[in-house]
Design a protein around this ligand. Structure first.
Ligand code: NAD
Length: 331
């Protein structure tokens, strides 16, 4: 059975513990780049997000789903945030699982651990934006945020573009060694800076759980590319709304950008209109020119869409099946 194609009467399971061996950063990048392109071409769409405060364990639980008609990928990611997991049961606070279904029949095809997958697909999204929007001569990467996601973001960015130095700022400076360790491993210098020091960055990734802007428009130099990845909920905000008015704004999904992403604030303050927010997939497809000058500020508002999870999960299942590593359960 090893390596044999799935039959219509089997479910493939790839548990969390196996994801690290089944998913490379390259594979995550390719899957996310392709699905962003498919979304912009109208070949794939996301379903409305469900997110509920459970009133139990202070948990937030929800579903992100979608359908990629061309890729034949249908499914959802279920999960959320349990803030007491680490202290109470030594589990990480973010917990999720992806379920894939056969779009022809509706039968369940696969169940895939979603925790590491989420970190890698989120890092892949900012990297896709860096590949397509950063200035070719960019040398300095700025990091705002130094938590769990930040290290994934930083590694993927350093693999995507030949940055020569990383500068970092975090509201909790005691977490900055997380970034320093990655820089050391990659073999490039790291420097902690204050927020005005971010003017030296050619690309900036923001990945915090902030509800008020920390990075202001005056902290960003002309020609910078920003990937704002932390804001994925109503009320969250990492950068000053005025920065979006100065930038050409791209996103994974316009509907999410204007409601739960950074653009919610710039639109709320009438600084930009929904029509000013462009799909990154259009740049990938070549139907939007992307960056058009060395002085232009580009900003990717990465809100995180279900199709990213499904595309990456589908790639994992294919690898796991090809390697005979997936658990196959008769239905
Ligand atoms: P984490 O808890 O490990 O780290 C949180 C980070 O935010 C730390 O750097 C912390 O110092 C900083 N921070 C906390 N409060 C802050 C405040 N008030 N102002 C400024 N900074 C503050 O979390 P994580 O797993 O690294 O996730 C970071 C963010 O990314 C979260 O908001 C999460 O919801 C979001 N996220 C987005 C996506 C996406 O697809 N866009 C995917 C996963 C996570």
């Amino acid at each position: 059975m090893d390596g044999a194609p799935m039959t219509a009467h089997e479910l493939a399971i790839v548990p969390e513990g196996m994801i690290a061996d089944m998913l490379t950063r390259d594979a995550a990048f390719d899957a996310v780049e392709k699905v962003f392109a498919a979304m912009a071409a109208g070949d794939a769409y996301n379903f409305p997000v469900v997110r509920e405060a459970l009133g139990h364990e202070d948990a937030l639980y929800g579903f992100k789903g979608g359908f990629d008609k061309v890729g034949g990928v249908l499914g959802l990611k279920a999960g959320g945030y349990w803030p007491h997991n680490l202290e109470r049961r030594s589990l990480i606070n973010h917990q999720s699982t992806v379920f894939l279904f056969d779009p022809d029949s509706g039968r369940v095809k696969a169940m895939v651990g979603g925790n590491l997958l989420t970190a890698l697909r989120t890092a892949a999204a900012s990297s896709v934006s860096i590949k397509h929007l950063v200035r070719k001569d960019a040398k300095v990467l700025g990091m705002i945020g130094a938590g769990h996601q930040a290290t994934f973001q930083m590694r993927a960015a350093l693999e995507t573009h030949a940055f020569e130095k990383v500068i970092g700022w975090n509201m909790h400076p005691e977490m900055l060694p997380n970034l320093e360790r990655v820089a050391e491993e990659v073999g490039i210098p790291f420097e902690a800076v204050d927020l005005p020091g971010m003017k030296d960055a050619d690309a900036i990734i923001t990945i915090t759980s902030s509800f008020a802007p920390t990075l202001l428009a005056e902290h960003v130099s002309p020609g910078t590319h920003l990937a704002c990845m932390g804001t994925d909920t109503k009320g969250k905000q990492e950068v000053e709304a005025a920065l979006l008015a100065k930038a050409t704004v791209f996103t994974d999904e316009v509907a999410q950008s204007v409601s739960i992403g950074e653009a919610q604030h710039a639109i709320g303050e009438n600084l930009i209109a929904e029509s000013d927010v462009h799909q990154i997939g259009a740049v990938i497809n070549g139907t939007h020119p992307g960056r058009t000058s060395a002085e232009e500020i580009t900003l990717f508002d990465g809100t995180g869409v279900g199709l990213q999870d499904l595309a990456v999960a589908d790639a994992i299942v294919e690898t796991a099946l090809a390697q005979g590593q997936a658990t196959r359960v008769p239905l």
